[in-house]
Ligand binder design. Structure first.
Ligand code: C2E
Ligand code: CA
Ligand code: CA
Length: 483
């Protein structure tokens, strides 16, 4: 199922592409001569012999002028092959190249004589439709393009299935000529999101999604400038003693008009626009300050902080962290960084490098969201992390079937054999609590104990509620928050 997080990611990618296209488009216009020879080598894609991006920009602008004079419509179809990268990876680049050449031929065969096909680069093609009156005029042509992919591609005795996703924008209805490519691209991403192998016309819904993303970009800049962030803290409990052992710091954005915005909504946007290092730098420093303030109140606070994948590239991350630890007089053992398992896998080389630096600085690393995606137990063996955080979805099955319980049992045993601390997150029921305790899971975190709370509430819990919890047994959130 596509989550809103996935949708954000898709939208982010499309905006990145859109911006790149806009830049390329502007560059193309400014450097363009009055006339170009499409047959000229500089305007031809070397592989497919189709017009390249430069040539296409020229064609598009010339067509727009004709269209304005004649008072009719042109349409731009942005075509992206579905799952092309694995073809290159699995069969080699020469097979990928042959497919691109065949795709170029199929596209040319599917369109009319008056339409122009071009290759923008990679597995992206465009078609310019002139002399059209409405969407209905191009629908059969685009359907022909989609069905031209039905025949598998036969290359080197491989039979390769392929499909494409198409987004279409109309000029002048969907915006000026500069926005045409961006809008067609946005529609193409919608086609991908809706399951690929189909086409989508640009519409007001796609427009408002793109607009709201841009709005968030501006708002985030203001949020950084005006420090609109705060930290919430979700307590962690020791499964045996049921005492508080620490907390996870979770960022909140206190938007001046929209209220509290949760990290799932803005972190991917911040990552995309390159703001994450600033935001998470603030999180790390604020976490150090909180540990320092806790110490003043006699609390030895262990805090976990989430790291983003983009931060792996920050070569000063460890140095900056050590600087803050020193500045606020925080012992390294009081801070743990949580890194999502997917981020660790996707950037394994960078991750290992970072792990080594954190190890040298004596800072602990937890592997977050473990069990959310398929994994191998041997993978764990080779990662030198300190803690394993079992994902909420993974542990939610523990009381539902025997196999899930056995799997969690195996993971906890292996983690313990490797000397890792195991934390279960998202513990919501007493049945989960009992089973996780029985399996020896070290620490527990979830709504059963407490939702994320403010710093003051956290300190209160530390001061007053450990005994309360011990005396009354497993408790509900309200018990904690009232006190
Ligand atoms: P996460 O690291 O997996 O954090 C756990 C999320 O699950 C938190 O959501 C928490 O409020 C929620 N949660 C905790 N217990 C339960 C439970 O019992 N049931 C359910 N259904 N949910 C529970 P939150 O605060 O919205 O954070 C979402 C994600 O945003 C986090 O997932 C983390 O990946 C990211 N995040 C939060 N703070 C930061 C930050 O400072 N930097 C970065 N890069 N990411 C952050
Ligand atoms: Ca986390
Ligand atoms: Ca998690």
């Amino acid at each position: 199922m596509t989550t809103s997080y996935d949708i954000w990611l898709i939208l982010l990618s499309l905006l990145a592409l859109g911006s790149a296209i806009l830049v390329a488009f502007r560059a193309g216009i400014s450097s363009r001569q009055a006339h170009i020879d499409i047959g000229h080598i500089g305007y031809k894609d070397a592989l497919t012999k189709l017009p390249n991006r430069h040539a296409f920009q020229y064609q598009l602008e010339a067509a727009a002028k004709r269209c304005t004079r004649a008072g009719n419509t042109i349409a731009l179809a942005y075509i992206d092959l579905d799952h092309f990268k694995p073809i290159n990876d699995n069969f080699g680049h020469h097979v990928g190249d042959i497919i691109l050449i065949s795709v170029a031929r199929r596209l040319q065969a599917a369109v009319r004589g008056c339409d122009s096909v071009a290759r923008l680069g990679g597995d992206e093609f465009v078609v310019l439709f002139e002399e059209i009156k409405s969407k209905e005029d191009i629908t059969p042509i685009v359907e022909r393009i989609i069905s031209s992919f039905r025949e598998p591609f036969l290359i080197d005795r491989h039979q390769i299935e392929m499909s494409c996703s198409i987004g279409i924008a109309l000029y002048p209805y969907d915006g000026d000529i500069e926005k045409l490519m961006i809008n067609a691209d946005a529609a193409m991403y919608k086609a991908k999101e809706d399951g690929r192998n189909q086409f989508k016309f640009f519409d007001s819904e796609i427009e408002s999604e793109t607009d709201s993303l841009l709005e968030m970009q501006y708002d985030l800049l203001a949020a950084i400038e005006n420090n609109q962030f705060s930290l919430a803290f979700q307590p962690k409990v020791d499964s045996k003693t049921r005492l508080l052992v620490g907390a996870e710091a979770l960022i909140r954005w206190n938007h001046p008009t929209k209220g509290i915005i949760l990290p799932r909504e803005f972190i991917p946007v911040a990552e995309h626009f390159g703001f994450i290092n600033q935001i998470n730098g603030w999180v790390i420093e604020e976490a150090c300050r909180a540990i320092c303030r806790a110490k003043v109140q006699g609390i030895d606070l262990n805090l976990s902080v989430n790291l983003s994948r983009q931060q792996f590239r920050n070569t000063f991350l460890v140095e900056e962290t050590v600087k803050w630890l020193n500045q606020y007089d925080v012992p390294t053992q009081n801070l743990t960084f949580e890194i999502k398992e997917t981020a660790a896998i996707k950037n394994e080389a960078q991750f290992r490098l970072l792990l080594a630096k954190f190890k040298a600085a004596n800072i602990k690393i937890a592997l977050d969201d473990f069990g959310l995606h398929p994994f191998t137990l041997t993978y764990l063996q080779n990662l030198e992390v300190d803690e394993l955080k079992l994902d909420r979805i993974f542990i939610s099955k523990i009381d539902q079937d025997k196999a899930s319980k056995a799997l969690i049992d195996a993971v906890i045993r292996l983690a313990h054999a490797l000397n890792l601390n195991v934390v279960a997150e998202g513990v919501e029921t007493e049945a989960q609590l009992d089973l996780l305790t029985e399996l020896g899971c070290n620490h527990l975190q979830g709504y059963l104990f407490s939702e994320p709370v403010s710093e003051d509430q956290l300190f209160m819990q530390f001061k007053q509620l450990e005994i309360h919890f011990e005396a009354t047994g497993p408790s509900v959130v309200s018990d904690y928050q009232e006190a």
